[in-house]
Design a protein around this ligand. Structure first.
Ligand code: HEC
Length: 281
């Protein structure tokens, strides 16, 4: 509605200016029409036009006005008469003096503003899903030997239970749910949608497991790596890694970490990505 009334107002002002061109002169009526057109482009739309469109159409309006002025000899002389008068007539010299200060002043101010250093932080380019290492050694909570997990070849040790032993699988998922609501929901949220109590306090935000670009696109071993090693375990490619994702191998057994992964998939309904067979299809 606003856009409609803005168009009506714009056309009305243009018509008035066109009618007045005899009275106020060619120069002022065209300059005012151009100013109104630029104002209309910049402010007359809801939602506003993108800056590039405003510049494009503003530039076309300037060209149209120049064509209009120069299309006839009388138009040209009528348009340039006031400019000429300011340049050559003696009694207008004070105005010329002011213009000689104001115009370079505006240019200088514009250059100054453009050269000011910006206080807007540069964008952080961060690889959200960096390539994992080939194998990781994971601490086993009390047992002496860390276990080695091959991110490429291994699988969630409990995944096969889904077909071979569904009751046992269900109890693993239930265990994962307990692990999740004891440790993860503060950040990742009640419904795994990255909306936990603390989620707004961190940049980068916690992973959103309801987002289809997270769980289905990666293998369970990938997430095992991310859970075991957390933010501090991210490789250089993921810098700046000011991730607060904790290092869960310090608190959870490998079994609990595999179980919580089962829960993530079970709760969201996504399927884990399988391993690609090595050496092509
Ligand atoms: C203190 C807040 C916090 C807690 C608690 C937390 N996380 Fe995170 N988690 C994060 C943040 C922040 C990220 C995103 C940055 C990153 O990828 O490291 C993340 C990322 C992840 C990722 C990587 C997802 C991806 O897209 O690669 C997984 C998997 C994950 N968390 C699982 C868990 C699990 C499981 C738990 C509980 C055992 C948990 N998190 C507890 C903050 C937390």
């Amino acid at each position: 509605m606003f856009t409609f009334w803005a168009l009506i107002a714009y056309l009305a002002v243009l018509t008035i200016l066109f009618r007045m061109r005899g009275g106020i002169g060619m120069f002022w009526s065209t300059a005012a029409a151009l100013a109104v057109t630029l104002l209309y482009l910049a402010k007359g739309f809801d939602p506003p036009l993108p800056g590039s469109i405003v510049k494009l159409f503003g530039g076309m309006a300037v060209i149209a006005v120049l064509l209009y002025i120069t299309s006839s000899e009388s138009g040209r002389s009528a348009f340039f008469a006031p400019i000429r008068a300011v340049m050559v007539e003696r009694h207008r010299q004070p105005l010329l003096g002011v213009l000689l200060l104001v115009i370079p002043g505006l240019v200088a101010w514009q250059s100054y503003v453009a050269a000011l250093p910006s206080d807007v932080a540069p964008p952080l380019i961060r690889s959200v899903h960096p390539a994992p290492p080939g194998t990781i050694a994971v601490s086993t909570q009390g047992a002496n030997e860390p276990v080695t997990v091959d991110i490429i070849k291994d699988d969630n040790p409990f995944r096969a239970l889904q077909t071979t032993n569904p009751p046992e699988f269900a109890s693993r998922v239930a265990r994962g749910k307990v692990v999740y609501y004891q440790n993860c929901f503060y950040c990742h949220g009640d419904h795994l949608a990255a909306d936990g109590h603390y989620a707004n306090a961190m940049r980068p935000p916690p992973a959103d497991f309801q987002d289809a670009s997270v769980l289905p696109l990666f293998t369970e071993t990938f997430f095992f790596w991310r859970i075991a090693k957390g933010g501090p375990g991210l490789p250089a490619a993921a810098t700046p890694w000011d991730s607060v994702m904790p290092v869960w191998e310090s608190f959870l057994s490998p079994d609990d970490m595999w179980s919580v992964i089962l829960f993530l998939y079970d709760h969201t309904g996504f399927k884990p990505r399988g391993h690609e067979p090595a050496g092509g299809h």
